[in-house]
Design a protein around this ligand. Structure first.
Ligand SMILES: [Cu+2]
Length: 415
């Protein structure tokens, strides 16, 4: 049994040398501590809330029992001063994260998030591993976290001009020439999409939300919508190279627009020996569903005008949709339809799915996911198998402001 203590409290967050902002942190830091777990080994997290508002912790991507999912659907909130003990056994190796599921649009922005790494027996051997949590922060003129709300923020989701890796604005990373590193990347932003590029240099994708993929895929960029993760192999590079760790321009059809933006830099130092061994075959992922199978559910995400609220974010025409139950062991094939004119990152709690097709086209490679981007006016077919963890679950858009505005569905898994 692995035991971890987490305490949420108000902190001074040092986003760069000499610049701090009033924020929230787990164990006094942003991101919270990296929680290291082993697949199949029980984990106990004793969480104490020292904030002046209630909170809960959601274990994003982990296939936990329903009662441990950290939403208000399955547990009472943890009030100020209270302690709650989360207990579960992570079944899968991969790059996961934890964050509040109560007033999340404010609590995540203020700094409550951290990585949870689950290790398996059979991982590629690399020279070094880094966990890199991307985020952005919106500050006001005084340099404090800006006020929340407004129609633009409701429409676009909240983005900020301070771009952070591991809680620091545009840090410099240094790696040795000749070596290969594994970067576990988490996008903890409220809304921002990171279209990750390393100055155009190729890198290899080896894992996604639900762990390793079948074989490395070489790319020069990868899109991480809010809440998404990717594991990549970086290098080898030549000594003296300098690369921008940046997000390329991506238009998700928001009111605000951005160009290429830097999150950090990578400097390549003196050469060191490499012991990296990356097999050509990482894992096997059998297809859950043939691509021509008929869907047994349609989930429609839409955005519409509202007299009272300005804009409504809906699933199947309602805010905070109550969807039909799902039977344990019955293959789910869902058509997730984005009727709106903007992108939304769809997140399913507690279960991995496979993307079967996007507008009828199969994805580039098979993978396990808990977040998938839904392009404007598109249909994404996903397949997933509810294993025996009955209870209340949910899916939602992971642009936190859209989620809060009602773009979510509740459903039960029943025996
Ligand atoms: Cu959305």
């Amino acid at each position: 049994m692995k035991r971890v203590e987490l305490v949420a409290s108000e902190i001074a967050w040092e986003i760069r040398d000499g610049q701090t902002v009033g924020a929230y942190g787990y164990n006094g830091q942003v991101p919270g501590p990296v929680i290291e777990a082993k697949a199949g080994e029980p984990l106990e997290v004793r969480f104490t809330n020292r904030l002046s508002e209630p909170t809960t912790i959601h274990w994003h991507g982990l296939r936990v029992p329903a009662a441990m999912d950290g939403t208000k659907a399955v547990q009472p909130v943890v009030e100020p001063g209270q302690t709650f003990v989360y207990r579960f056994t992570p079944p899968d190796a991969g790059t996961f994260w934890y964050h509040p599921h109560t007033n999340e649009s404010e609590q995540l922005e203020k700094g409550l998030y951290g990585a949870l790494i689950v290790r398996g027996d059979d991982e590629p051997i690399v020279d070094r591993e880094r966990v890199l949590v991307f985020d952005d922060l919106k500050l006001d003129k005084r340099g404090e976290i800006a006020a929340f709300g407004g129609l633009k923020q409701r429409h676009d989701g909240r983005e900020g001009d301070v771009r952070l890796i591991n809680g620091r604005a545009e840090p410099e990373l240094v790696m040795a020439a000749g070596q290969v590193e594994r970067w576990r990347i988490i996008n903890a932003s409220s809304a921002r999409y990171v279209r990750l590029s390393l100055g155009g240099a190729p890198f290899r994708i080896i894992g996604t939300d639900g762990g390793l993929i079948e074989k490395p895929v070489t790319v020069t960029e990868v899109l991480l919508p809010a809440a998404d993760r990717v594991d990549i192999l970086v290098g080898p590079f030549q000594e003296g190279e300098g690369l921008d760790v940046e997000s390329l321009k991506y238009d998700r059809m928001t009111m605000g627009r951005r160009g290429n933006e830097r999150f950090g830099t990578l400097r390549v130092g003196p050469r060191e020996a490499s012991r990296a061994v990356v097999p050509s075959r990482l894992r096997s992922i059998p297809a859950l569903s043939p691509s021509d199978v008929a869907p047994n559910r349609v989930v429609k995400m839409s955005v519409g005008p509202s007299l009272r609220r300005g804009l409504d974010f809906l699933v199947n025409g309602e805010r905070h949709h109550h969807d039909r139950p799902v039977q344990v062991g019955e293959l789910q094939v869902w058509d997730v339809v984005n009727k709106s004119l903007m992108d939304h990152p769809f997140h399913l709690h507690g279960f991995f799915f496979q993307v079967v097709s996007v507008n009828g086209e199969p994805p580039g490679f098979r993978s396990w996911e808990d977040v998938v981007n839904l392009p404007p006016r598109s249909t994404t077919r996903i397949a997933w198998l509810p294993d025996d963890r009955p209870g209340s679950w949910m899916y939602h858009c992971h642009i936190l402001e859209h989620h809060e505005a009602g773009m979510m569905g509740h459903f039960d898994v029943v025996r």
